[in-house]
Write a new protein. Structure first.
Length: 132
């Protein structure tokens, strides 16, 4: 609970500068909990996308996020789910996602989406973000 206008404004400035949320005081009162507020902005999808973009092959790490999200998985991570680039990305994901969530059955599901013909990074990112 942020009881004063000063505290609310300070929170909004922090939320706009760090994760980049376009937040207003009205939204602070609309959502009863911080979790509900985060769910509104769905930051996990963005964070998963940023992590994977940084681990993809060139030109994606330095390119536009929109281009990366539209990229075919086979182009962003050559070799499919068995390729070295994706294995590095999978290890990074496994190091930050709790084991109870990043189960072998979940990884199998992500792999099937990843290796599907014409699968795009947006498909994989969305599936991984559902985990949270």
């Amino acid at each position: 609970v942020l009881p004063t206008v000063a505290e609310q404004n300070q929170f909004i400035v922090a939320a706009q500068s760090s994760p980049g949320f376009d937040l207003s005081i009205a939204q602070l009162s609309t959502y009863a909990t911080f979790e509900a507020l985060l769910d509104h902005f769905n930051p996990l999808t963005t964070y998963v996308g940023v992590l994977l973009q940084g681990l993809a092959v060139s030109p994606y790490p330095a390119g536009a996020a929109a281009d990366f999200w539209k990229a075919l998985t086979a182009v962003a991570f050559p070799g499919g789910s068995a390729g070295a680039a994706w294995q590095t990305a999978l290890s990074s994901l496994a190091s930050i996602i709790p084991v109870v969530c990043f189960t072998s059955s979940f990884q199998t599901k992500v792999k099937s989406i990843f290796d599907a013909a014409n699968s795009k990074m947006a498909d994989v990112i969305a599936e991984i973000a559902l985990l949270g």
